[in-house]
Design a protein around this ligand. Sequence first.
Ligand SMILES: [Zn+2]
Length: 184
Amino acid sequence: MQMNKAVFLDLNGTLVLPLRQESLAEMELIPGIDLAVAKLLTANFICPVVTIQSGIGKGRFTEREFRDWFAAFFGKLKLDVKGPYICPHRFAEDCICKKPKPFLYEQAVKDYAIDLSGSYTIGDTSWDVLAGKNMGGHGCLVRTGCTENEMEYRKAKPHAAYVGQTLDDVVQWILKTEQSGTTV
Ligand SMILES: [Zn+2]
């Protein structure tokens, strides 16, 4: 069977802001990310979005409302990202799906026949980076969102295959790495 390569994308702090929204209407695209994600899709990467949405667990919005928002938001941008793969639980809950646990990523792997060892994660927290590393792929850190904070940055950096100032930095690094055929 043909295996696909994936770039797993975090949502809040990586594609959109704020980090934790009170309502879905607050969600705004981080400037330039649409063009960066389009480059990945053009290069035939599957791009599943893996996200912690504790607002669902807190009753701020429902999972259905979140999924509808997601489809409309990325549909309007004409970006064929997959998912969303959602952890709906509160941060303090010890659930099976919270990053960096592999549960949500494994669902995408099954849905799209993804080869994890040739795949990447991009996110703004140590959880995103660790998830990619632990699955045998490459965890990439972007310094938007959480890692504008120096403490989170220091926690994530030792595990990162690459650190970019913007999503486009990271995307360019991934495309270059793929072209040169080097493993990191
Ligand atoms: Zn969960």
